[in-house]
Design a protein around this ligand. Structure first.
Ligand SMILES: [Mg+2]
Length: 195
C-alpha cells in the first residue's frame, strides 16, 4: 500500500532539512556532502512505525542566489532519498522554496504555502500537524496552520532558542534535543490526545 493511502487520518509531520535531518554547512551545494545527523534514521523509523505522514519542507534560497540550480537541488534531494532508502526510510513528500527572502513569496518559511500545497497534493488534512526544525521559521510556520512547532537543538537550534528566550516574540511548543526526541514527544502527545 502506498504511504499516501496508508492512513489518511494520521498526523502530518513537517520536517526541516538542514540542521534537522542533515548537517548544515551553510548553503549545501555538493550532493556528496549530504550527512545525516545522529539518530535521524531511528527517529524517522519510529514515526513511520506510528504511521505518521512525513513531509520535508525546506527553504533553499541558494537557488535564487545562484549558488545552485534547481537541477542541482534535485540531485541533492535524490542523494538524500538514496541515503534514507538505504536505511529503510522513505518520506511522503519533498517540498522546497527556491526563492530569495526578499521575493516575498508565499512558500518561504514561515509562510505556510508549502504546507497547503503538500496537503492538497498528498490528500491530507492540516488539522493535526507538527513542524520540526532548528529555526524559528520552522516553528512559526507550523503554528500558523494551527499545529505544533517543535524546536530541535541540533543545527542552529541552540542559538535560536537563546534568542527566543531573550526576544519573547515566538515560542516553540516543545524544545527537544534532536529529531529522535521530537518523535518521542509527538508520540506522547498523540497518545494523550486519544486517551
Ligand atoms: Mg534548518
Amino acid at each position: 500500500m502506498s504511504p499516501r493511502r496508508a492512513n489518511p487520518t494520521a498526523p502530518v509531520i513537517f520536517l526541516d532539512r538542514d540542521g534537522t535531518l542533515i548537517e548544515d554547512p551553510g548553503y549545501l551545494t555538493d550532493p556528496e556532502a549530504v550527512r545525516l545527523l545522529p539518530r535521524v534514521v531511528s527517529a524517522l523509523r519510529l514515526m513511520r512505525h506510528e504511521r505518521f505522514r512525513l513531509v520535508l519542507v525546506t527553504n533553499q534560497s541558494a537557488v535564487a542566489r545562484g549558488y545552485l540550480s534547481r537541477n542541482g537541488l534535485e540531485i541533492i534531494h535524490r542523494r538524500l532519498k538514496q541515503v534514507l532508502r538505504a536505511r529503510g526510510v522513505t518520506l511522503d513528500g519533498w517540498y522546497y522554496c527556491p526563492h530569495h527572502p526578499e521575493a516575498r513569496c508565499r512558500c518561504r518559511k514561515p509562510e505556510p504555502g508549502l504546507l497547503r500545497r503538500a496537503a492538497r497534493e498528498l490528500g491530507c488534512s492540516l488539522k493535526r500537524t507538527y513542524s520540526i526544525g532548528d529555526r524559528w521559521s520552522d516553528v512559526v510556520m507550523g503554528q500558523r496552520v494551527g499545529g505544533k512547532g517543535l524546536l530541535v537543538l541540533t543545527g542552529l537550534g541552540r542559538k535560536e532558542w537563546r534568542q527566543a528566550r531573550k526576544m519573547k516574540i515566538w515560542a516553540p511548543d516543545a524544545v527537544v534535543k534532536d529529531l529522535y526526541a521530537a518523535a518521542r514527544w509527538i508520540i506522547r502527545a498523540e497518545k494523550k490526545r486519544v486517551q
